[in-house]
Design a protein around this ligand. Structure first.
Ligand code: APR
Ligand code: PHB
Length: 389
């Protein structure tokens, strides 16, 4: 087999890159180890920056997103019973949209799978080879047979636990990591959202987040100890805890119901440098992870794809490698700003086990400064809607 760009990983990063390249007549093959249904079964976040929206439209997969998503001009921040709004539109002239990652991935699969053979699912033993030569290739198993895929370039879009990042030699690869001493217990419920905007809540019992997917599908999170398991939390316990962490007036309006999904995710900040090794380019979770507080996971994957897509088009259309040669530096510059913002929001809104009284006073002062200072709110709004590519 031969293609121009071999893409390891059929999550949002790999599929978006493949579809964008396809629109430019550049061939790719996506190698995904799971089934389509398994990938679509993952419950992930749902806040899209305008940059991501633009890429979906450029890829020709924006129609359902434009018809079914919700525009959010701001978000609420609460601490105890107090709350204030960060108005994105007022501070930046733009907004974010709410559209679940599952739906993004579904739209991308529907488009990519219109071309027979462009997405190969349920493959195994994927391994890139000869990345430091001008003739790289990828081997994998499909239906019990070893297959060789020759290519010009390899996009490592295989997430945090994938094979691509490991191809960068340990003495070259620099990894930066921060883990957080708590997790997020998330539930999905077929109930109307408690509020028209998201509510990020800092309470003495810990962080909570009220989000949504549509007018009858809500997504809620509470900060929990890393030792907790989903089975430790009955629906009743979850709802009672959530009510104690959000302002009373919202708790009074909360419509509860059975959870249709319940899971606990740890929080981590992680960056791998560089994001290129010869003909291999790392994208998305393969190269970096953010705590979900700033809703940047999918959106940092999008900016990687933006840079790599334009670099590949520049190469194939003009035989100019400038965009590819500057990919890692450009992608990392934006990633580190998103890492900073995600760390800042996580530090602002969560209760840390080792927090001292002084730490709590500083956190309260930070919240009070954000509530009362226009410039502080503008900075948060600019980061939340997405810094320029
Ligand atoms: N071979 C083939 N496929 C692989 C391999 C492998 N060795 N390892 C992982 N994969 C697949 C996974 O099954 C997954 O479908 O790569 C895909 C990676 O997808 P994601 O982990 O979703 O990463 P990415 O596409 O970069 O999307 C980032 O997803 O996890 C969220 O919060 C994250 O919103 C962010 C987004
Ligand atoms: C979600 O809707 O799942 C969501 C929203 C905002 C976040 C994280 C998750 O910061």
């Amino acid at each position: 087999m031969r293609t121009q760009v071999a893409i390891i990983g059929g999550g949002p990063s790999g599929l978006l890159l493949s579809q964008l390249l396809h629109k430019k007549g550049i061939d790719s093959v996506v190698l995904e180890r799971r089934s389509r249904d398994y990938v679509l079964g993952r419950i992930r976040a749902g806040i899209l920056e305008t940059g991501f929206v633009g890429l979906m439209r450029e890829a020709g997969v924006g129609e359902r997103m434009d018809n079914e998503s919700y525009v959010h001009d701001g978000t609420l921040i609460s601490y105890g019973d107090e709350e204030f709004e960060i108005n994105f539109k007022e501070h930046t002239g733009t907004s974010v949209i709410v559209y679940g990652q599952t739906e993004v991935t579904r739209d991308l699969y529907d488009a990519c799978q219109q071309d027979e053979g462009r997405v190969l699912t349920e493959v195994s033993a994927v391994m890139p080879h000869d990345l430091k030569t001008d003739a790289p290739y990828v081997t994998f198993m499909k239906d019990g047979k070893v297959v060789r895929l020759d290519c010009d370039y390899v996009a490592g879009c295989d997430g945090f636990h994938g094979v691509s990042r490991q191809q960068i030699p340990e003495d070259v690869r620099r990894e930066y990591e921060k883990t957080y001493p708590f997790g997020w217990l998330g539930i999905l419920s077929e109930t109307p959202p408690v509020h028209e905007e998201l509510i990020y809540a800092n309470s003495e019992r810990g962080f909570a987040l009220c989000s949504m997917r549509n007018e009858n599908l809500s997504r809620y999170y509470v900060q929990c100890p890393l030792t907790d398991k989903p089975e430790d939390w009955s629906d009743e316990r979850f709802w009672e805890e959530l009510k104690q962490r959000i302002p009373a007036k919202h708790a009074a309006n909360l419509i509860t119901g059975p959870s249709i999904e319940k899971s606990i995710a740890p929080l981590r900040s992680f960056v791998c440098e560089p994001m290129r090794w010869g003909r291999l380019f790392l994208c998305g979770d393969a190269a970096h992870i953010v705590p979900p507080t700033g809703a940047k996971g999918l959106n940092t994957a999008a900016s990687d794809i933006h840079y790599l897509y334009h670099g590949l088009v520049q190469f194939y259309e003009q035989k100019d490698t400038e965009g590819l040669d500057s990919y890692s530096e450009k992608a990392l510059a934006r990633i580190w700003k998103a890492e900073r913002f995600s760390w800042w929001m996580t530090t602002l809104l969560h209760r840390f086990p080792d927090q001292t009284e002084f730490d709590l006073k500083i956190q309260r002062a930070e919240l009070e400064f954000l509530r009362s200072n226009e410039a502080a709110q503008k900075v948060m709004a600019e980061n939340y809607v997405g810094l320029p590519y």
